[in-house]
Design a protein around this ligand. Sequence first.
Ligand code: GDP
Length: 601
Amino acid sequence: SDADTEETFDAGSLRTPIVAVLGHVDHGKTTLLDRIRGSAVQEGEAGAITQHIGATAVPLSTISEMAGALVDPTDFDLPGLLFIDTPGHHSFSTLRSRGGALADIAVLVVDVNDGFQPQTEEAINILKRTGTPFVVAANKVDTTPGWNPQNGQPIQQSLEQQSERATSRLNENLYELIGDLSDEGFSADFYWRVQDFQSNIGVVPLSAMTGEGIPDLLTVLMGLSQRYMKEEMSVDVAGPGVGTVLEVKDEQGFGATLDVVLYDGVVREGDTVVVGGRDEPIVTEVRALLQPRPNAEIRTEKRFERVEEVRAAAGVKIAAPDLDDAMSGAPVRVVRGDDVDAVTEEVRKELAKIEVDTTEDGVVVKADTLGSLEAMANALDEAEIPILRAEVGDVAPRDVTVAQTAKEDVHKVILGFNVDVLPDAEEALEHGDVRLFDDDVIYQLVEEYDEYVEELERAQQETVLDKITKPARFRILQDHTFRQNDPAVVGVEILSGTVQNNRPVAKFEGSEPNRVGTLSGIQHQGDDVESAQAGERVSVAIDGPTVGRQIEEGDELWVELPEKHAKILEQELASEIRADEIEALKAYLEKRRKADPFWGK
Ligand code: GDP
């Protein structure tokens, strides 16, 4: 029962839940995060919020102060909330902890006027897939016509100050939103009506701009965590730290550093840590733990202050030697005692889970985090695009060299997801024949590449088509013999296909084509031409035969197809040639296959 669980948890041993903000572009994610930081600061209390590296901590005391009557702080023993500063589902889905999403809980921001949009759906799918509990922030209530803003107030208090018209306008939008959520399979309601947040989604009307409703949002997040995530939050807060790398950054005076979200335990200066690296886990020692200096000056050397230890959940910058090969999205683990090997093995295992299948010929993939690399690999697998090499990091000259070794032209390609191109690589790309595609939307990247492949194939087929002999069937017209022989010149009508100059001409005796000669000229209305198409009447010169002996007026003649050409035409170029050319090809094949069923196969 609840009472039992309550007793087994010691208030001091619960960590802060990690909160992520997701939603469609322009629906107000950034404004919401800014507002949470800003309004907490406005509460005036020193230390009301703490700016971490990549995250913002809002302690319980601040939440209860902002929320006023909504929150009785004695109801809670979780220390507060830690908001990840980079909103959006890219960072959400690519930053992970051992168990799944790095964030424990999410805020899905939806513009009340705009409702569900493509990225709202995408975010919902990711939340479903990762099983992350979430609340919906129905943002921008202040844009309701006739709205009377109540800065920073709980939403019920604000609603009391609104006209009936404004309230009903807002409600219309909110019910639509609740309907959209139910279409996605969620039963949702205004958060104050929700009893069981595990089976219902709470909708919090708010304005990131005016701050009304934000106390409610914080309260709901707090309540939800307290009620349903206490078990996950009860970690060994004094145990060895575990975290995820947000970013690898060069800092003046420190070299490569790690921005880390610590979700478990504690990390101290001097600790040995194991970090996921490009080739191998990196074992190193923490030189310094850095936090942003409050009211930091912009000058680099003053931006950070050193701290001796950091407890989960927190964002922190770790300075240590040998971090150049560390990867965003990789695990970081503190080693306590002497089990370096065991911890290294654990990190290696976590990395192995994300290992991408590569083949001998394929494209080179670069992505910004391990999680996004995995997502790319999945998308490419689905699109049946083979991968030669897949790595986290910006596009470097080495990648161009590797792509260059791909066997097929369509594989001499780098697909970069959310990465930069280093200047040296830019130069290498300009000089070689490796193509780079970069985008920050996976499916667009795959689409762009697919289009390129099609284009390349079309170009290749066109060159093949230029060289290939096309099928043609034509008839010598009555009374159109202009010259008997050397060469024979006759008027013909092309029945199907394309007659090209300089091709051998045959006449079928049963299924055997008997060569009668070679075309040495085509004239259309007095002009020399290189080819003639179905429906046209032209005069042709044929070297070899004599009219009245090997050929006669009224004869049906064929351009003789080399077997290899017939095969390529039938198997690869069928979609590239005209219907009447296909007809001529089919008729030709039918004749030949009467004698040899495998001819041209
Ligand atoms: P994001 O792309 O989801 O991070 O959206 P932003 O936070 O950048 O917001 C997009 C635009 O909507 C900006 O112009 C914001 O000022 C505006 N905006 C965000 N929240 C609100 C709100 O609650 N009310 C109003 N009136 N405007 C808002």
